[in-house]
Ligand binder design. Structure first.
Ligand code: FES
Length: 534
C-alpha cells in the first residue's frame, strides 16, 4: 500500500496542479504492482499564509508523520512544492522512516514586464522600491501584479522552494534530475510516474530514509545548496531534518562548506538567470558534476545507484547558467556564519547576494522592536538614518513571531531617493530565498527569549566582519547586561501559536519542536501503533 500525500489546494497556487502529478504517481504504482492511495494534507502557501507559513511547517510534518503511523502504509510518495511543504515532508519522512520519495511541482514559467523576464520575488522587491520612489505608476503596478500572478508552480528564482527541491534531490529523497523542472512540462508526468514505480521497488527492497539521510548525504546537500547560491531558509530546514535522525549540523559546517564550494549557478538573486536557465544548463546533476571533488560520491541517489555513477554521465551546458568551478558567479561564498556578543549562538548571512562593501561595516543601530513599528517608522522623514546606519528588526524569531520573512527591511524612503540600494540589516527573523541585500539573519538567541537584540538600543554601534565571522555591538558587557530586555507581549493566549511558542527550538536546531527531535537514541525509533479494534 503506497500512500500518495498531496498538498494540492486552491489556497496555494504554487501547489495547484500537483493533483495531476499525483495521478501519474498512482499510475506508476499500479504499473509496478502496488496499491496507490492518494490523500490530501495541509497545504502551506508562502504568499497567502500569515504571519508566515513557517508557523505551520511543523504542523504539516506532524500531520504526515501521524498519517504514516496511523495508516497501514508500506511506502509513501509525498507531493509538494511551495517553500515549507518539502521541508515538512522531509522531517516527517526522516522520523517515520518508511520507504519514501518526494515529488515536487516545479517552477513557474517567467512572465515578462517592460521587456524583461520577471523573477518571482526578486523582481518584485526591486519594483517595490521603484514604486516607493515614485518610478512606477499605478497602472504599471497593476500590470506588474498581473504578470507576477501568472502561471502555476513555485517561484522561478533560487528561492526556498527551488532550494529545497534541490536539497531533496541531493539528499537522495527525490529521483535524480527531478528537482529542477518546469511546472506543467510533460516530462514531469513521466518523472512522477517513474517515482510511482520506484517507490514500489524501494518498498520491496526495504530502502528507507534512514539509509539515505546519512551525514554524507547532508554534507552533499549543503554543498549543493552552496553551489546554487541557495536560500538561507534551507539551512534551518536542513538542521531540522537532520535533527530527526539524531544528526547535528553545526552552523560552522555550513560556513566551511560554503567557503570551499563556489557559487556556480547563475540564478537570481545571487546571479542573473532564472530557474529555466538552470534546467536547460543541465539541472542539479550538472551542478553536482561540476563540484564533484566536494561530494561523497558513494552516497546513494533515490534511483538506487551511488552518486558517482550519476555524475559520470552529467555535464553542464557550456555557456549556460552553470558556470565552471574556476569561474564562479561570485568570489563570495553562498552564505556564511557570524558570532559575537550580538549573536552568541550564531547568525547567517547570504554573502553571495550581499554588497561586498558592506560585509565589513560599522555603524549606529536603529532598532525596530516589531514589524508594525518598522512599517510605521521606516519612511518617516524624521527618521534619523544615514547610509551607514544599521537597521535592526527584533521580535521576529521563532518564539517571537513564528519567524516570518521580514528580514529584508526596506531601505528608508529618504535614502532610496538618494540612490541608496543596500544597507546593513540585522534581524532574528528570516528573509525570503528570493531576497537579496546585506542582511544578517536568524540571530540566536532571539530577542523574545532575552537574546542580545532585546537589549540593543538606538545609537549602539554594531560591527559586522563577515569574512572574520563576527557580529558585535560596541557596548561593554556589564552595561549591556544591566539593560532591561524589551520582550514582546504574546498576542495569542490559546490555540496553535501557544503550542508553537512552548516547543519551538531556535534556528540552529532547525526551529523544530523539542518533542519531535531525536535527541537520544531512544527517541529515534518510530513506534508503530497497537493493532486492534478501532
Ligand atoms: Fe510558493 Fe514561492 S511563494 S514557491
Amino acid at each position: 500500500m503506497i500512500g500518495i500525500a498531496c498538498t494540492a489546494s486552491d489556497l496555494n497556487r504554487c501547489d495547484r496542479g500537483l493533483d495531476r502529478l499525483a495521478e501519474a504517481v498512482r499510475s506508476g504504482v499500479l504499473t509496478a504492482g502496488g496499491l496507490p492511495l492518494i490523500f490530501p494534507v495541509m497545504s502551506l502557501s508562502e504568499d497567502l499564509m500569515k504571519p508566515t507559513a513557517m508557523l505551520y511547517r511543523n504542523l504539516l510534518a506532524i500531520e504526515v508523520e501521524e498519517a504514516i503511523r496511523s495508516q497501514p502504509l508500506d511506502g509513501i510518495v509525498a507531493l509538494g512544492n511551495c517553500d515549507k511543504t518539502v521541508p515538512a515532508y522531509l522531517m516527517a519522512l526522516a522520523s517515520a522512516d518508511i520507504p519514501a520519495l518526494v515529488v515536487t511541482g516545479g517552477f513557474r514559467a517567467p512572465a515578462t514586464f517592460r521587456g524583461g523576464r520577471l523573477g518571482s520575488g526578486t523582481s518584485l522587491w526591486r519594483y517595490y522600491d521603484a514604486r516607493r520612489s515614485g518610478l512606477l505608476s499605478d497602472a504599471d503596478w497593476t500590470r506588474l501584479e498581473v504578470c507576477l500572478g501568472r502561471g502555476l508552480g513555485a517561484c522561478n528564482t533560487m528561492g526556498t522552494a527551488s532550494s529545497m527541491a534541490i536539497v531533496a534531490e541531493a539528499l537522495g529523497m527525490m529521483l535524480p534530475g527531478a528537482g529542477v523542472t518546469l511546472a506543467g512540462d510533460l516530462q514531469q508526468l513521466a518523472g512522477a510516474e517513474a517515482a510511482g514505480r520506484r517507490i514500489v521497488a524501494m518498498t520491496a527492497d526495504g530502502v528507507r530514509p534512514s539509509g539515505m539521510l546519512t551525514p554524507a548525504a547532508f554534507a552533499n546537500a549543503i554543498a549543493a545548496l552552496a553551489a546554487v547560491g541557495g536560500s538561507t531558509n534551507a539551512i534551518i530546514h536542513l538542521c531540522a531534518i537532520a535533527g530527526r535522525r539524531a544528526i547535528t549540523l553545526p552552523l560552522r559546517q555550513f560556513a566551511d562548506v560554503a567557503a570551499a564550494v563556489p557559487v556556480i549557478a547563475d540564478i537570481s538573486p545571487a546571479g542573473s538567470g532564472l530557474m529555466p536557465d538552470l534546467a536547460s544548463a543541465g539541472g542539479l546533476p550538472a551542478v553536482l558534476a561540476e563540484i564533484a571533488p566536494h561530494l561523497d560520491q558513494g552516497a546513494l541517489t533515490a534511483a538506487g545507484a551511488p552518486l558517482g555513477e550519476l555524475l559520470a554521465g552529467a555535464r553542464r551546458q557550456p555557456g549556460g547558467a552553470i558556470r565552471a568551478a574556476d569561474d564562479p558567479v561570485t568570489r563570495e561564498p553562498a552564505f556564511t556564519v557570524v558570532h559575537g556578543n550580538l549573536a552568541p549562538d550564531g547568525a547567517v548571512i547570504k554573502t553571495a547576494a550581499a554588497s561586498p562593501a558592506l560585509l565589513r561595516h560599522r555603524g549606529p543601530a536603529i532598532v525596530f522592536r516589531s514589524y508594525q513599528e518598522m512599517r510605521e517608522r521606516i519612511d518617516d522623514p524624521a527618521l534619523d538614518v544615514t547610509p551607514d546606519s544599521v537597521l535592526v528588526l527584533a521580535g521576529c524569531g521563532p518564539v517571537g513571531a513564528g519567524m516570518p520573512e521580514w528580514g529584508m527591511i526596506p531601505i528608508p524612503r529618504k535614502l532610496l531617493d538618494r540612490g541608496v540600494t543596500d544597507m546593513l540589516r540585522v534581524t532574528d527573523g528570516r528573509m525570503s530565498g528570493t531576497s537579496f541585500g546585506t542582511v544578517v539573519l536568524h540571530v540566536c538567541p532571539e530577542s523574545a527569549i532575552g537574546g542580545p537584540l532585546a537589549r540593543l538600543m538606538d545609537g549602539d554601534v554594531i560591527r559586522l566582519d563577515a569574512p572574520a565571522g563576527e557580529l558585535t555591538v560596541e557596548v561593554g558587557p556589564t552595561a549591556f547586561a544591566a539593560r532591561q530586555p524589551a520582550l514582546p507581549t504574546p498576542g495569542d493566549m490559546r490555540g496553535w501559536p501557544v503550542l508553537h511558542r512552548q516547543h519551538v527550538t531556535q534556528a540552529p536546531e532547525g526551529c523544530d519542536y523539542d518533542f519531535l527531535q531525536a535527541r537520544t537514541p531512544e527517541q529515534l525509533p518510530f513506534v508503530e501503533p497497537v493493532i486492534g479494534r478501532s
